[in-house]
Design a protein around this ligand. Structure first.
Ligand code: SF4
Length: 346
């Protein structure tokens, strides 16, 4: 890797065309703000945030499904904390908990499985939200429950995969800053496939040196005006990815159409449990009816997740919508773009 000074000098010397780079990952969004990297980019290079915050892209209809389950007498919802405040169509899990629903915070799907073993009289539903990075953990819990014959454990899935989202947004951007931790699981074949379709991108890590290097690599290649792909995070991301994690996903899950906040329903962009594990699919187990998402019409989360707006374009930003009183998902999650703008521009 080149030195930080060389990479900075390369960025400062950029003389290429105007460029829109999408940082897909919510952690990248926050690190770029925290490290002040937007300020070192040339004026004609624009960073836009994408749909890489798993909580942000979870649609209200999913929260509505979780609320319907939480309203059932013998159901305990097990969830990561950041889902609690995401608004559904008519409320949040936090509100439901305040009104008596049994909702417990866990740190992993295996914690939820332990809860199921300790409370055999209750149904434990784990809210399985996240990208390729978190799905293997959910699959490991499903396999463990299957092998141990735990009958009261299930998943409400809203897991998503990135490739189809990249394709859905590729006309909006000149180059992707690919999320390093997702690529560590998937490998780089998907980036190569997008390159063959003319989509440029660079896999980036998360330190100052790695992010500045990734930017310098992008600007270096952009001057040639030809599509490019570079893995600038080789210490973690290998071309083949993490085969063990991929095998876990392939064993338990299959691709399905999935609704993304702001992007609508994208075919083959989600993961659901295979028929073999249908008994652990909470939608089937509890015969949940299809639900329609309803959002606050003034919230611009959808546009922000497509890279078509930034939080300052939202009339509610820092007025009706703040981290203490979030109106939309992008202000709730610690990885959300509106939360990042609030934190660093406030
Ligand atoms: S500031 Fe709030 S209401 Fe506006 S787009 Fe962001 S999350 Fe939605």
């Amino acid at each position: 890797m080149q030195t930080l000074e060389t990479a900075r000098a390369q960025i400062a010397a950029y003389a290429g065309p105007s460029l829109t780079i999408m940082e897909v990952c919510g952690t990248h969004t926050h690190e770029i703000f925290r490290l002040g990297l937007r300020q070192i980019l040339p004026k004609n290079v624009h960073l836009v945030s994408g749909p890489g915050c798993p909580v942000c892209v979870t649609p209200p209809s999913y929260i509505d499904e979780a609320l319907a389950l939480a309203a059932m007498d013998n159901v305990t919802i097990a969830t990561f904390g950041d889902l609690l405040r995401i608004p559904g169509s008519h409320g949040s899990l936090r509100t439901a908990r305040e009104h008596g629903a049994t909702i417990r915070l866990v740190y992993s799907p295996l914690d939820a499985l332990e809860m199921a073993k300790e409370q055999p009289e209750r149904e434990i539903v784990f809210l399985s939200v996240g990208f390729e990075t978190t799905v293997p953990g959910a699959c490991a819990a499903v396999l463990a429950a299957h092998e141990q014959g735990i009958p009261n454990f299930s998943l409400l899935t809203a897991n998503k995969t990135m490739p189809k989202a990249y394709e859905a947004l590729m006309d909006n951007v000149d180059c992707y800053l690919y999320p390093g931790h997702v690529c560590a699981i998937t490998g780089t074949a998907v980036c190569e496939e997008l390159l063959a379709k003319g989509v440029s991108g660079v896999v980036a890590g998360f330190t100052m040196h790695e992010l500045v290097t990734a930017m310098a690599v992008i600007l270096h290649h952009a001057q040639n005006k030809k599509p490019f792909f570079v893995n600038a995070y080789p210490r973690v991301v290998r071309p083949e990815g993490n085969r063990e994690a991929q095998a876990l996903i392939a064993r338990c899950m299959e691709a399905v159409a999935s609704e993304w906040r702001g992007l609508g329903v994208i075919p083959d962009s989600g993961l659901a449990l295979k028929q073999e594990f249908a008994a652990m699919d909470a939608r089937k187990r509890f015969a949940l009816p299809p639900m329609q998402s309803h959002t606050n019409p003034r919230c611009r989360c959808g546009d922000i997740l497509r890279g078509a707006a930034n939080p300052h374009d939202c009339p509610l930003f820092d007025k009706a919508c703040t981290p203490d009183h979030p109106v939309g998902a992008c202000m709730v999650s610690s990885e959300g773009t509106c939360a990042a703008y609030y934190h660093y521009f406030h």
